[in-house]
Ligand binder design. Structure first.
Ligand SMILES: [Zn+2]
Ligand SMILES: [Zn+2]
Ligand SMILES: [Zn+2]
Length: 349
């Protein structure tokens, strides 16, 4: 059973999950190249993953067989376990609880594609629908407080398989970084009576120097105080605190803006390793006036070293303005089409 333990100095929770240490590659220093050859995420290998939680499938096909377009399964090496009670308890001055939560993998295509950008926009749209459906399903479980959707691309960024996929980790507490963002946005709201993120989006669009892609409802830009070179945020232009409500703004447009932004990063930086994370409102609240969901895309070009670890202070060698300019000039045309592209079937919503 994984454990959650809290650092009493900065109230930071840590997941102690020894099961995941079963992968020895996690501890070797130079990043090991991703495993090639057999791929458990490819169509036809459905019995090599834990059973399917949900999927977008062709009509008449059975779970855990061929015929899917997006497939969600439990992570084989979960950081948190779905069954059990939290059993919150002290240990002297320390706090801990059982590592209860969910850890799912969203396999974005049955084809062996290595990037989300190789999918048709229609299929990226279904990946976004999948994110939404899993958040809606898991927030019904009252043991859980937060759902974090993220993506690791490349071994440097933490991926162990190259077949394009995303992950969802649901935690029984709101992560401290989110608490920090929500507190900052709340302070701004209390003072100005406006959402900080709405104001950031409006100012970035008006200024334009850091904008990478802009459409009617979404904007991608390099943040003013970017921590990392080519760090890029994508957010709705109008107010929305929870990703689950994204359909009101248009999942088709989100899929298009995300795919184009990632394609630009791939072209400009020659397929860099990267992570993206979706910061969204917690399960414990419905619509929030002072929080605003966004996707943070972090290319893993620099190493976080002693100074950053010691201070939380980042040194970024590229100005966000130069990064945005370079990305604007990069083409957003798809790099390579998937071999036998899955037919873009109409979204079943
Ligand atoms: Zn594969
Ligand atoms: Zn807002
Ligand atoms: Zn954020």
């Amino acid at each position: 059973m994984p454990e959650l333990r809290k650092d009493p100095v900065v109230n930071r929770w840590v997941i102690i999950a020894t099961e995941r240490g079963a992968r020895p590659s996690d501890f070797s220093t130079p990043p090991v190249p991703l495993k090639r050859g057999f791929c458990p995420f490819c169509e036809g290998n459905e019995d090599k993953t834990p059973p399917e939680i949900m999927a977008f499938r062709e009509p008449g096909t059975a779970p855990n067989t061929r015929g899917w377009r997006v497939r969600v399964v439990s992570n084989k090496y979960p950081a948190l376990q779905i069954e059990g009670n939290l059993d919150k308890r002290p240990q002297g001055l320390y706090d801990m609880m059982n590592g209860i939560g969910a850890h799912e993998v969203m396999i974005e295509t049955p084809e062996h594609c290595t990037s989300l950008t190789q999918l048709k926009t229609k299929n990226v749209e279904e990946v976004m629908w999948t994110y939404r459906e899993r958040l809606i399903d898991l927030r019904r479980d009252h043991r859980f407080a937060y759902g974090m959707i993220f993506k690791n691309v490349g071994s440097v960024a933490g991926a162990s398989l190259e077949h394009t996929h995303s992950q969802l980790i649901v935690t029984p507490i709101v992560p401290s970084l989110l608490e920090r963002e929500m507190n900052g946005a709340r302070q701004f709201y209390n003072y100005r009576d406006r959402c900080l993120f709405c104001d950031i989006a409006a100012q970035e669009i008006a200024d334009g120097r850091r904008v990478v892609v802009e459409e009617e409802n979404f904007v991608a830009f390099t943040p003013f105080a970017s921590r990392f070179p080519f760090e890029t945020w994508l957010m709705p232009k109008t107010h929305q605190s929870h990703f689950e409500n994204v359909q009101r703004l248009g999942i088709d447009e989100l899929a298009d803006v995300l795919k184009r932004t990632l394609t630009k990063l791939e072209r400009a930086l020659e397929n860099p390793p990267y992570n993206y994370v979706i910061h969204t409102g917690p399960f414990t609240s419905s619509d929030l006036e002072a929080y605003h969901w966004h996707i943070e895309i972090i290319p893993r070009l620099t190493k976080v070293a002693g100074f950053e670890w010691g201070t939380g202070f980042y040194i970024n060698p590229v100005t966000p303005e130069a990064a945005a300019e370079f990305l604007r000039q990069s083409s957003d045309e798809q790099i390579a089409a998937p071999t036998a592209a899955a037919a873009a079937a109409p979204v079943s919503h």
